[in-house]
Design a protein around this ligand. Structure first.
Ligand code: WTA
Length: 664
């Protein structure tokens, strides 16, 4: 394991406590009796994996059927449903209208300002997506061109993604919490020529601007030809905030466009989108997903893991579309399955602490999918707030993004789910495209804290350094042992980095290395423990230590920096930064911590802001010059500093511990 993860004592303790967890929750009898997927699916998938995945692909409507399920002749470069042709937007929208379900609500949109709501049926969605596709074509977007999307959680965001898919123009959605710099570097990397954005979005009742960040990004990259802007907040863009040669209002370009558009079928391997995610180096990776396999994976898992009954369920996933969860479990999976879902623009507890629970009550949500960090923050408020709402409609609760601690799992099930609802703890990644390890709600007796086993069709294991499966009761690295339809195809523009990052660690076995540590319990069930590389998980958001270190050293006063993810009761992990200032910067001045914190905010975005920045005289290094992050984590987590024998200068840790911890 890398230095950062060398099992610190706290991880061991957590693990020991976890494995003492012996509560089990059997599926409710009625759910089990009517479940979409039953226990036999595991054996059927194992005996004929490709046949199983061919059956799952039948969920989609293909223009041309595939002639080969999987081409793995040139690993790690996979092709799924070879020769097949389809249109992803047609599958998510038009086919439901053609099947007579045009009047069915696709999206119950709930705006952040109370009372502002909008319902879109599948027929509405078809018209809107067609109009947007026509408008994007007018703006010069053709098949294969990339489009960046930087938007709040409004229906137009989904419409834009589907319009891109309809045109075969891969989208790259950049989370609104990223800065202009981060937006520009992503646009540059995938050479997006059009950006779709909004004047702003609402955050806790206040309009928060987005368009100025796009303007700033335009000063940092010359790729952007057109910017399409939704008027959401109506805020003043200022005299310099509009450039007629580039900027186009959505209501001018889209509202007047024709609502007729014929979708073209694309090759199953045609790129659908690029999603940037943090890796172990400073530069974010553009994860590429393609069409047929990805859509199959998203639709199948949504059907299986949420036991989706499209005629009666009301589904709600609280993720932002700027993350992969929003892609697979708001847009592609649910809409391919013809679901009715809630889309919410705002924060969980604004303007009132029970906002989420009120939405569940009002829309009679049956399937709910959120992240442990949100559950933990609600736990702090106690059960009085949720108890005020009628949430008896709920039948399944999902969790994603980070390990869910058993107490949060039990609270979620008890207080939100009224002890009726199975909790599906779903492990997956941007790279895997869809859920990989999860209980099945009608089959699995859930254990709080465990993602349990790979779902039917997926083969995962926990292996040791040599790639051998560890025995039950032991820990190691989480791997996927055979290719799957929704797997990433490459890193945009960097096949070598793709092969190196994911497939070189266990090249002999040909396993996909996920970057997570995990443990198999005595029953062989999997407990995911967290990253074993330099990636942190803050509130379920992936952040790279190296990326934040690079941001810090780009500040003129900083000579060196080291960043660690320290455990945090609210956010899972929090960013803690150690910096050495340049000589000429002296002590940095009274505002140094704020200055550095703001700098990280500008370079990456508010989500990367350190919880703590400590100015230190030295960093602990081995004789070969490698920073020992393990020791820095000990300090950050308030533990006695561990073994310092391999340090070039052991006295450094005393200096660091003595340095005044300054909280930002
Ligand atoms: C972590 C989010 C434990 C893990 C879909 C993974 C989890 C990273 C779980 C991917 C879970 C996600 N239990 N850990 N149920 N789900 N993770 O790419 O470390 O944003 O590698 O995808 O989140 O984060 P990403």
């Amino acid at each position: 394991m890398s230095d950062q993860s060398t099992s610190s004592s706290s991880t061991e303790e957590t693990l020991a406590n976890l494995l003492k967890e012996d509560r089990r929750f059997e599926p409710p009898a009625e759910l089990a009796a009517n479940a979409n997927v039953t226990a036999d699916a595991y054996t059927r998938a194992a005996s004929d994996r490709e046949g199983f995945w061919a059956e799952q692909a039948e969920r989609l409507t293909w223009d041309t059927r595939w002639d080969r399920v999987l081409d793995w002749d040139n690993p790690p470069f996979a092709k799924w449903y070879v020769g097949g042709r389809l249109n992803a937007a047609y599958n998510c929208v038009d086919r439901h209208v053609e099947a007579g379900r045009g009047d069915k609500v696709a999206i119950h949109w709930v705006g952040e300002p109370e009372g502002e709501t909008r319902d879109l049926t599948y027929a509405d969605l078809q018209r809107e997506v067609s109009k947007a596709a026509n408008a994007l074509t007018e703006l010069g977007v053709g098949t294969g061109d990339r489009v960046a999307i930087y938007m709040p959680m409004i229906p137009e965001a989904i419409v834009t993604m589907l319009a891109c898919a309809r045109l075969g123009a891969p989208h790259t959605v950049v989370f609104g919490g990223f800065s202009a710099d981060a937006l520009a570097s992503r646009i540059d990397d995938c050479q997006a020529k059009v950006v779709v954005t909004a004047d702003g979005g609402y955050r806790r009742g206040t309009p928060s601007a987005l368009k100025p960040a796009v303007d700033e990004a335009r000063t940092k990259t010359d790729k952007i030809e057109k910017v399409l802007v939704v008027r959401r907040t109506g805020q003043d863009l200022g005299d310099d905030g509009w450039d007629d040669s580039v900027d186009v209002w959505w209501h001018d370009a889209v509202d007047g466009a024709s609502d007729q558009h014929t979708p073209e079928a694309f090759d199953s391997e045609h790129p659908l989108y690029v999603m940037y995610t943090s890796g172990t180096t400073g530069k974010p990776k553009g994860i590429l997903h393609t069409t047929g396999g990805y859509l199959t994976g998203a639709a199948y898992t949504h059907h299986a893991v949420f036991d989706l009954k499209p005629d009666t369920d009301v589904y709600w996933c609280t993720a932002d579309i700027g993350w992969v969860t929003g892609h697979s479990y708001i847009v592609y999976g649910p809409l391919a399955n013809g679901v009715t879902q809630v889309l919410y623009e705002g924060t969980p507890d604004s303007p009132e602490p029970g906002r989420w629970w009120k939405i569940i009550q009002d829309y009679k949500v049956t399937l709910f999918y959120t992240a442990p960090t949100a559950i933990r923050s609600f736990m702090k408020q106690g059960h009085d707030v949720p108890d005020k709402y009628d949430m008896s409609s709920l039948r399944i609760l999902g969790s994603v993004g980070e390990p869910i601690n058993p107490e949060a799992y039990v609270w979620y099930r008890h207080v939100i789910g009224g002890d009726r609802t199975p909790v599906v703890d779903t492990w997956w990644q941007t790279e895997t495209g869809a859920v990989m390890i999860s209980p099945l709600p009608g089959v699995t007796a859930g254990k709080p804290g465990s993602a349990m086993t790979a779902i039917p069709g997926i083969e995962a294991d926990v292996v040791d350094d040599e790639g051998n499966p560890v025995p039950n009761g032991s820990g190691g690295y989480l791997v996927v042992t055979s290719p799957w339809p929704s797997m990433l195809r490459t890193i945009w523009g960097d096949d070598k980095r793709y092969a190196d990052t994911y497939w070189s660690r266990f090249a002999k076995q040909g396993y996909y290395f996920a970057g997570d540590g995990a443990k198999k319990d005595d029953d062989g069930d999997i407990w995911v423990l967290g990253r074993v590389d330099d990636v942190m998980n803050v509130s379920g958001h992936r952040l790279s230590t190296t990326e934040i270190e690079s941001a810090l050293v780009s500040h003129p006063k900083v000579a060196e920096s080291a960043v660690v993810g320290a455990s945090d009761p609210d956010t899972g992990q929090a960013v803690v930064a150690y910096v050495i200032l340049r000589n000429e910067a002296g002590d940095g001045g009274p505002d140094i911590v704020k200055e550095l914190s703001d700098h990280v905010r500008t370079q990456i975005g508010p989500i990367a802001k350190p919880r703590q920045i400590m100015v230190v005289p030295e960093l602990p290094k081995t004789r070969s010059g490698k920073i020992m992050r393990r020791l820095l984590r000990d300090v950050a987590e308030g533990r006695t500093v561990g073994d310092t024998q391999t340090l070039a200068d052991a006295s450094i840790m005393d200096l660091i511990s003595a340095s005044q911890a300054t909280t930002t």
